[in-house]
Every structure is written in structure tokens, then in C-alpha cells.
Design a protein around this ligand. Sequence first.
Ligand code: TPP
Ligand code: MG
Length: 412
Amino acid sequence: MARKKKSDKTLNVPTGPFRAGDEATFESWPWKPGDLGRPDPKKCSADDTIKHAHGLVRVLGDDNKASGDWNPEINADELRQGLEHMVRLRIFDDRMMKMQRTGKLSFYIRSFGEECVAIAQTMALETQDWIFPTYRQPGAQFVRGRDMVSMICHCLSNAEDNVKGRQMPVHYTYKEGRFISVSSPVGTQFSQAVGVAMASQYKGLDEVTITWIGDGATAEGDYHYALNFASVYNAPVILNVVNNQWAISTHASFARGGDEFASRGLPYGLVSIRVDGNDFLALYAVTQWARERAASGAGATHIEVLTYRAGAHSSSDDPSRYRPGDEYAQWPGGDPIDRLRDHLIAIGEWSVGQQTELEKRIDAEVMDAYKEAVKFGDLANGPHPEVETIFTEVYEEMPWHLKEQRDEAMGE
Ligand SMILES: Cc1ncc(C[n+]2csc(CCOP(=O)(O)OP(=O)(O)O)c2C)c(N)n1
Ligand SMILES: [Mg+2]
């Protein structure tokens, strides 16, 4: 028997601001550089950051000039280096995506539109600091000096893949750069990062941990456990929520009960800041501030990095099915590479010609790296890592049932 409807109550199901076929019309942001002060990172409390959590820290203005209390001390050489890493990541991604489309890679994820996030933030850290990324922060590896050939070998799962085919492409591990393995189940890195930060504090070490989580994954418990532990133990950790508006085809509004993602840190007693994630200088400044705070023993910082996922979620996704094609062009935050390039040009430290040269040089660098990497094997023909490596390097003492499976797999 069908149950009778008792009332006209309806379940609230959020939706994105625009869907496929709509015209995207974002209003321009009311926040300008200089609107928000820069509190003392060592003395600041969660209450001192209420405005920062509901507002937006910006440094680069519409005139491409830098201003306000958050304008960081960073010289033109470092800015050019940041620009170069972002261009490297974008060209690398574009080339790898083409490889995926022509069957040379099984899967790929780009950082398109978000290149600034991992690059500016990692540049603001010290080399001993721990990185707990998602698949959308591979750029941190460029900052930490990872060889591109080794990254491509991983994506190809060839004989030189440093994770021996155990991970999907783009789920990098880079031990030498303190870049922890990307986790396929989203969100797990957030609470693990807090644990490592607690250990650093307990051991009295001068090291800080940084981690990122996507807007969608904040709907999971891992995010909330992390915030609670970070606050309770005053852990030296920088907790970033990358709000890129989308979690595959699900809009950020599904994951965010309440106001901004940033302000969710306040009830946990965490200093919380929202920052323009496409503004290299603002992101660098806020991260440097959070590092100083963590290193001094003052505790964690919760940051919402406001950005936009310009491309598809992954090579398995088609965003034209669920959002307007022009949404990125309308995004008030613009493009992170264009903005840093235009800033450097505005202060007389760069030119259009130099940008063209840079892009040409990096494209050749990526293609050379690809040719080098396939010498160690390609996807179709291998050689791939030995079958036995499925069973190694996980257990100190291999359990009996895995030994049995290994023997069966090896035909013994
Ligand atoms: C625990 C878990 N649930 C679901 C998935 C499938 N999945 C992979 S990425 C993704 C969306 C994540 O979106 P968001 O956290 O916003 O990160 P973004 O991709 O936007 O960077 C989902 C649902 C997964 N990998 N792990
Ligand atoms: Mg997202």
C-alpha cells in the first residue's frame, strides 16, 4: 500500500547557480585589496579572523598592481619563478591530456585554473615542511624540484614508475620532496596531515604540515575530525579547503551547510581566512602567515582557497553536460597565470615577448621529457613493473594469505 503524503514539506536539494544551457553571470566581487588587515600571526585568535573568514584576502587589484597589508615581501625573481612553474604545469597538463586522448595514458587530471594553489603555497613554505596533497596539487612537485621524466614514468606506469603501477596516474608520490602519496579515497589526507603535524610538535621539530581538501570532500567526516584534532592539539598545520565550485558534477553548495567554507573553522576555534586562490601574491602571503603562526607554536590555520575548476574533473568527465561552457570566462577571479603575468608586466619586470619565449621553452622541455620517459616503457607495450611488486613494500612480514596469492600470481 502506498504511504500517504502527510504534508507539503519538501526536501531541500541545492543546485549550482547555473546549469548547462544557462548564461553564467557572476557578480563582480565586493572585496578589494586593502579591505582586510593582517593580524599578528603569533597572537591572533579565531575571533580576530571573523572578517577574514567571511571576506576575501586579495593583493592584486584590477589594475594588476599589488597593495594592502597582505602585500608580501617577495622579489621579482621569485615571482618569475612562480609564473614559470604555473606555465610549466599548464603546458605539462595540456600535453598529458593529449596523450590520454590518443591512448598513450589511461587517465589524467589537470590543475587547469588552479595552478596557483599548490605552487604559490609551496613556495611560501620551507623545504622541511610536509605536503599532503590531493590529485589537484601536483604542481608542488615542480617547486620541490621533481624531475618531469619521473612524473611521466609514473603516469605511464612503466618500469621506472616510482610507485610501481600501484597508483592511478596523477596519484604521485615524491618522498624526496616530502610530498605524501595522493590518496584515491578523497579526504583521508586531511586528518593524516594533522597527525603528522602533532608528531612534529611533540618531537619539537621545526617543521610544518600543509594539506588540501576539495569543497566536495569537506562533506566527509575526515575533514571535521581533522579540524577538531588540529584545534585541540594546537597542531602546526595549514588546512586548505580548495573551493573550486565543483565536485565532479556536484556544485559546492551540496557540501557546504552554512556560509563560506572558511567560516566553518571558527566554531572549532581555528583561525580562518578566505583568500582569492587565483591571486598568487595573496595566496603566498596568507600561506607564509600561516606558516609563521604554526612554526611559532600558535597553532593551525584554516584557509578557504576560492578558485574555479576551469577544466573537466578528469579525463573521464564532460562538464558541458552539467554547467555552462562560459562559466570559467565569467569567473570574477580571472586566470591565475594571466594575472601574475600582467602584474609582472605592470611593474616592468616582464614582457609579452618573454612570456611567448617561456611558453616555447617549456613546451620543448615537456616534449623532451616525454620522449625520455617512454624509453622506460609505454602504456601499450611496457615494460611495466614486475608482477611481484604488487605484493612487496606494504607489510614488513607478508601475511600467509598474500604469500599464497603471490605464489599463485607468479605461477609457483
Ligand atoms: C571517498 C570517496 N568518495 C568518492 C570518490 C569519487 N570522487 C573522486 S573525486 C570526487 C569529487 C571531489 O570533489 P572535490 O572534493 O570538490 O575536489 P576537486 O575534484 O574539485 O578538486 C569524487 C566524488 C572518491 N574518490 N573517494
Ligand atoms: Mg571541488
